[in-house]
Each structure stands twice: as C-alpha cells, then as structure tokens.
Design a protein around this ligand. Structure first.
Ligand SMILES: Cc1ncc(COP(=O)(O)O)c(C=O)c1O
Length: 415
C-alpha cells in the first residue's frame, strides 16, 4: 500500500470528527486504522462482536449443543427475532419482518405473492436500470407463469403515469444502487395506492443507512440486504417485510416447510402459517444469522435520524472537496442530500483503473459498469477526515494518471 497523502486533515474537518456523535462506533469494528473503507454499501465492515458471537455459536451451540440448540438456543426463532430487531430500523412493527434467505429469493416471494392477490391485474412495473437481480427475478416469474404476468419498465420520469388498472405491483429500489438517487417513498407509495396497486420497496441501500419509515409511508411489501449497512457479513441473510394488513391474504409462491402452520406435523398438504411466518421457506442459516444479529445489534443502539444525517454530511463534504480538488470529474448522483442515499458515483472513462489505483493507496470504494466510481459513506465507521483523505488520494491518482499502469486494468471477477 503506497501512502499518497498527508494523514492530517485541516482543523475544521478534524473538528467535525470531534463533534461527531457516532465517532465512537468505529471502535466496534475490526478495521485497519490505515484503511479508508468506502464500500460499506456493498459489504459492511466486520463488527468485533460478530467474530466472537459466531465463534461461540459454532463451538458451544453447534459443537456442544448439537441439534438440541434449535430449541435451547432458539435457533428456530432466529428469523423472527432478528426480523423484530431490524423492524425499528425501517419503520416496521416487530411482527412484520423476518430475516431469511437472500434479497433475490425474498423478492421472488413477494412479487409472486403480490401477483396472486388480484388475478385481473397482470403487470409488474419497475424502472430500467433497477438493480439487475430485481429485474431478473421479475423476468423469471413472468417466464414461469406465462401470460398471467408481464413485466413493464418505465423511466423514473414516466413511472407514475405508467401505473394503471392492470398494475399488480410496482417494484423500486428506494436508493438506486448506482446513481444513489432516492425515491420519495411516501409520495410514490401514495401514487401506487391511488391506482389500486401494491408497492414493493427494495431497501438494500437504505436499511441501516437512512431513517426509513415503511409504515409511515403506508408501504405494502419490502426486501433488503443484510450484508451492506446492516453489517451482517458476506452473503448474510436478507430480510423481508409484509405489512400486517396483508399477511393473512397473501401467500408465498415458495411454500417451503418452514412457512407451514405446523412444520413438525409433517403433513402432505401445505397450510400457510399465520402472520409473517408464512414467508419463511427453508431451514434458517444459523451461522449467517448469528453474524447478522451482531451487526443489527450495533444499529439497534443508535438513532437512525442521526445515522442518516452523518452519512449525508459525509457525502456533502465529499462533493464539496471533489469539486475543488478534482475539477471536471462529473458527479453522477444527486447534489441535494434529500434526493440521495449514502453513496455517490462519479463518471470517469477509466473508472475501473482509477479505483484500482485508489485501492492500492488504501482507499476502498468500488467500480460499477460501465464508467462509475462509487464511494459509500457508512456513518458507523467513516470519519470526516477519511473523506478528506480519500479526496486527496483521488486527486493525486487523477492528477498523476497513476491509473494508467496496466496492472490497474486487469479486471477481477468481482468488481
Ligand atoms: C438493490 C439491490 N438489490 C439486491 C441486491 C442483491 O441481492 P442478493 O442479496 O440476492 O444478492 C443488491 C446487491 O448489491 C442490490 O444493490
């Protein structure tokens, strides 16, 4: 790792760190102090408590308790217990959220359930450029059920006018994975309801980052990632939300035994469990859930409005510094804080190589095809001084064209 910038930020930026109510949260993470980690929007950092908790679950609960731990350590209740802890972070009630499976699988369950509510409505509406898995899952459902469901995409500008009497559900990512653009949740949900359709939010880039209020917005259904701002670890279980008013009238198309009313009765016929439990499918992944629980527990102690405010302030600072230190680098995210989430994208023809050169210098962000540099500001462990140093290093990489070296252009499988 080459050091390219002086490590002390100007006094006014250091003052922001001294006044930061979340500054102490960084100590809860196992992070190299020399590293500036601006990719918590893709994979959150490791909470120290997660390492200890997972080790204990492995050695004691699994190693010693063996199968008894399903009951004695309430493994069986983990999806609901962790869901109930995620609920206040997203404005939901404890009985409206479960932690289970991946975001993709959960989305399939909810889009499938939404299209079964009113067979007269056949359209699932989304926007082009939504996160690929959201679009692919909808496409897969369309292919599975034939002409009963059709996927339609409408641009952000025309989306509301595209909702009509045929729309079963609208599927949107609250904070766009690339642009960082934020949909006004309450306004869009109202517009969807005005046409009698259901609203499904993907909160992957919002949960644990923004003060989301699903019930305040009247949302129907939602999914989101566990491994981003919830710091649940690589491939962590995701979560799903079903508003209480819909739970008894909706049915998951993935009717696995854990969603049965009596899984251990081993009946031949499927009877959906009451409440949110019917959206479970297979056996809960206990080790992944253990890591996720440690990540969620950290956030549970915090006020989400404070978390959001710091994350947006970090983004504001990055924008201001980059404007003066990297003139001509186009911002591909909204300038106004209320219009975006906690990450920013900048356009550069050599974005991949630029990011590789930054990573070599100790600033980890990521690259999104075809030409985006993406920087995420996880408020729990990114400081204002980190932002200053990251921009200094970006300016040095761009100014010296350090990214021109061929080793920075070799594409890895994961970007
Ligand atoms: C908006 C959005 N949805 C879903 C996912 C991923 O879903 P999964 O956990 O199923 O891989 C991502 C991953 O980055 C995402 O950004």
């Amino acid at each position: 790792m080459t050091k390219a910038a002086p490590s002390r930020a100007p006094a006014k930026i250091e003052r922001l760190d001294r006044e930061d109510p979340l500054a102490a949260c960084r100590d809860a993470f196992s992070l190299d102090p020399e590293l500036i980690y601006l990719d918590g929007n893709s994979l959150g950092a490791l909470p120290k408590a997660a390492a200890d908790h997972v080790a204990r679950v492995i050695s004691k609960e699994w190693g010693e308790g063996l199968i008894r731990s399903w009951n004695t350590h309430d493994w069986i209740g983990a999806p609901q217990r962790i869901g109930a802890k995620i609920a206040p972070l997203i404005g939901a009630r404890p009985n409206e959220v479960i932690a289970t499976e991946s975001t993709s699988v959960n989305l399939f369950k909810l889009v499938g359930a939404a299209t079964m509510v009113d067979p007269a409505r056949r359209t699932i509406l989304s926007e082009p450029g939504n996160f690929p898995t959201d679009l692919y899952v909808m496409e897969g459902l369309e292919a599975l059920v034939g002409r009963k469901v059709r996927v339609r995409l409408a641009s952000a500008e025309t989306l509301v006018s595209a909702i009509d009497h045929d729309t079963a559900a609208v599927v949107l990512t609250h904070v766009h994975y690339a642009a960082g653009r934020r949909w006004p949740m309450a306004r869009i949900t109202d517009a969807v309801h005005a046409k009698g359709a259901l609203m499904i939010w993907d909160l992957s880039h919002s949960a644990g980052a923004l003060a989301v209020d699903l019930n305040g917005a009247g949302a129907d259904l939602a999914v989101g990632c566990g491994y981003k701002y919830l710091n649940g670890g690589p491939g962590a279980p995701a979560f799903l939300f079903v508003a209480e008013r819909h739970q008894s009238r909706m049915r998951s198309p993935l009717s696995g035994w854990m969603g049965h009313e009596a899984p251990f009765a081993f009946e031949d016929a499927y009877r959906p469990a009451g409440g949110i439990d019917r959206f479970l499918c297979g056996t809960p992944p206990i080790l992944g859930l253990a890591a996720l629980e440690a990540g969620v527990d950290l956030l549970s102690k915090l006020d989400m409005a404070t978390v959001e405010a710091k994350g947006l302030a970090l983004g504001d600072l990055f924008i201001a510094l980059a404007r003066s230190r990297c003139p001509g680098l186009p911002l591909a995210s909204p300038i106004e804080a209320e219009d975006r989430g906690l990450h920013l994208c900048y356009r550069h023809a050599d974005a991949y190589a630029v990011m590789q050169a930054m990573i070599e210098r100790g600033v980890i962000g990521d690259f999104r095809a075809p030409d985006l540099l993406r920087f995420g500001f996880s408020p729990l462990y990114v400081s204002f001084s980190d932002v200053w140093r990251a921009v200094e290093i970006l300016a040095e990489v761009l100014g010296s064209r350090a990214f021109d070296h061929p080793r920075h252009r070799r594409r890895a499988a994961v970007t």
